[in-house]
Write a protein that binds this ligand. Structure first.
Ligand SMILES: C[S@@+](CC[C@H](N)C(=O)[O-])C[C@H]1O[C@@H](n2cnc3c(N)ncnc32)[C@H](O)[C@@H]1O
Length: 200
């Protein structure tokens, strides 16, 4: 962690094109919020070597786990931020991300904690600004309460359109979307997979 993290860590700089955080030219940049153990982040980085992957995760054990995954690999297209993903999202210039992944975020089931949920209308406004038109927001949860909460806000938001055409589109995880540790645990219920497109 002492060796690899300083090489991969980024410090969000106001208005900086996220492609500049990488040591070589990237065709696009994707962000994963709360990557946990990092399995999904590493899979996407390996499957898309020309895409810059930014992962934000304040959980130290998660960061350590991710670094152990990438220790043996070429990590030129991964950059990490060990704090609140909101800092990065707010720092980005408009239309600078191609995809955002929010996979099994903490559900905060108690009503008095709902304000801590990552999906809030203000956050969707920020993501709509940072995502390119045609970009994608991927969200997954196994918590029925959080699912309803997220759908209510996403469906009401003018910048996002749900890409599902049939139940299989939200019941079945797409093939370019590997399972995360929290999906495998499915502590709260049935995992649901949502893909929303950022419309102009
Ligand atoms: C329930 S875990 C899911 C982890 C992983 N996405 C998975 O599916 O296995 C939620 C993760 O989000 C992280 N997290 C919570 N709030 C965050 C924030 N504001 N920015 C970045 N990560 C956050 C937590 O530290 C935690 O590791």
């Amino acid at each position: 962690m002492e060796n690899l993290l300083p090489q991969l860590a980024l410090a969000p700089a106001e208005g900086r094109d996220p492609k500049d955080y990488f040591g070589r030219a990237m065709s696009d940049v994707w962000l994963e919020v709360g990557f946990g153990g990092g399995e999904h982040l590493v899979w996407q980085a390996e499957a898309h070597p020309d895409i810059g992957m930014i992962g934000a995760e304040p959980y130290v054990s998660g960061m350590a786990k991710l670094l152990s995954h990438i220790a043996e690999k070429d990590s030129a297209n991964i950059r990490l931020y060990m704090e609140d993903a909101t800092d990065i999202i707010d720092s980005l210039p408009p239309s600078s991300l191609g995809r955002v992944f929010i996979l099994f975020p903490d559900p905060w089931p108690k009503t008095r904690h709902h304000k801590r949920r990552f999906i809030q209308t203000a956050m969707l406004d920020a993501l709509a600004r940072a995502l390119k038109p045609g970009g994608e927001l991927r969200f997954a949860t196994d918590d029925a309460g959080y699912l309803v909460w997220a759908l209510e806000r996403l469906m009401a938001h003018r910048a996002f359109v749900w890409l599902a055409q049939c139940p299989g589109d939200w019941r079945v995880r797409p093939t370019d979307w590997p399972q995360t540790r929290y999906e495998a645990k499915a502590l709260h219920g049935v995992p649901i997979f949502l893909r929303f497109q950022r419309v102009p």
